[in-house]
Design a protein. Sequence first.
Length: 101
Amino acid sequence: MKKCKFYSMYSCGKNGARVVLHDGYTDGVYNYYNGGGNSYRGWCAVEPSTGLAVVYANTRKECAEKACSMEIVLKVEKALQMNGDEFRAAFLEAMRNEAEV
């Protein structure tokens, strides 16, 4: 895995979505970060084109294995087929809003 910086997106209810910049890793499919200071203290896999969390796990290796499992891959593909454009638009809008702050 290579080190990288990337954004993830969080839904904030009526306040809309917000993005957070992470220092993490990528395997070319997903981005990974350690949520050490967040409410979840483990690793998270993020789908890069939408910034949405895919899976959580205690270690980066476990997170990558879960994220690349056929069950998760199929769930992500189905969600992107159904709502991919909507997710991407919300992610880009949240990134624009972050840049304006």
